[in-house]
Ligand binder design. Sequence first.
Ligand SMILES: [Zn+2]
Length: 535
Amino acid sequence: MRRTPALSLTLSLTLLLAATASAARFDGESWWNIVKVLADDANEGRDTGSRGERAADDYVVARLRALGVRAAGSDGYFQPVEFTTRSIDEAASSIALVRHGRAAPVALGEDAVFTTRMPLAAAVEARLVFVGYGIEIDKLHYSDLKGSDLRGKIAVFITGSPADVPSALSAHAQARDERWQALRAAGAIGMISIQNPASMEKPWAATVLNRLHPSMALAAPEFSATAGCRFAASWNPAHAVALFAGSGHDFDTLVALATERKALPHFALPGRLRARAAVSSAAVSSRNIVAALDGSDPALKSSFVVLSAHIDHIGIGEPVAGDRIYNGAMDNGSGSALLLEVARVLAASPQKPRRSVLFVWVTGEEKGLLGSQYFATHPTVAASALIADINVDMFLPIIPLRLVTVYGLGESDLGERVTAVATRLGLAVQPDPLPLHNVFIRSDQYNFVRRGIPSLMLDVGAAPGSPEAATLVSWRRNRYHAPSDDTNQPVDLAAAAGFEELVTALVEEIANDPVAPHWKADSAFRAFAQAPGAP
Ligand SMILES: [Zn+2]
């Protein structure tokens, strides 16, 4: 029987689709199986320097060995990283607001929490000054600090920035070290951060649940960018009214202005803050994992495209619904597993990328991007050989993949490259849809940016206001940094596979192009490439 032309066309289309499907390099399934290993209860939430993190590290290294992807750390596949912990004994600590000679105690946990990521003096008493957003951006001639007398005082600010500050620059100015350097230069001895409730992803109670867990800092003295700080706290915005009482300014009005990204006033707050902090410390060791797939081009192989993901999570903490293990399946078992899958596919590919690819699993991300800071400062290959970083952190394949969110999209020509690759794969891209959430500085790519290396982070995206966006928001509210970020949650394996293909194709695109990525002329981060320091 002869086929009609129409049938024939249908059949050819079917065959074509089948051929495309059989050529797919990822199925999502093998990725999820790796996530299941990394996020297993046996790994106890992979806290930095913990037994569980070491077990996850050893698993990654065993896979790399089996794949034939070579070691590129300073100690085989590893790069040791040393930390100092800081823990607060709340029962022996206190904060009080002193007004008219009376000290009103602040309820720790409920009203405010000490920020143990910053150094805390045993005893502090100081005046308070509200400094708006508390940021300084030389490039835009913007300063919240000039004109206020901050000498010996504690700066109080609401997170965010005015509308005319581009989101990446806004995120940079609000980075912990960056902000502290500006406050310290203005004479401040401490800071109180009040998060704008409009940019809070989780309720206050959930964010402070594990505040007694030790925080960490890199042990080497070269990393002490927070020196000079004597007091740091985060204040519950729902209880900030008392802080502003008697100042002539209403906190809710300030929040409304900040939400619209309007200018904020600057003024002294009445009274003084009195604090006692009982802090203990200990030494902890962990390690980054570094592996390399050598490039195929004799001239280009000495340069590296970095693919990074943090392997640590937050460990065992306060129970939520009876579960104490914070498995970190999406955060960031997902990215860690993706790197292994990309390594598997590229190692087996008949056409190796022309440049080399460096796979870096960093530790200490949850402690403040510390492992990546260490690696970017002391790379295990020549610093000048690192031409780009693509970072993957909690990419959330829990909705169908049609749109990709690209952090840093407008900053370098990596933006055009990822757009071209995505278009080829039938995907659309969008810039950071929630610039107030500071995602650009909240993962490891930021430390590469600070060393002048063009970088991007990619996530599965959703159009603002869409039902998919609501799914992502609800995930962040309920599962982010909670024990329920485990492998019992729903996942879209097709979305994961599509995302793996996108990242792989992007890495190949960069690695095969003899022209290295570069910052845009108008990017604030270009200055880092010219003189590592500040834009
Ligand atoms: Zn996290």
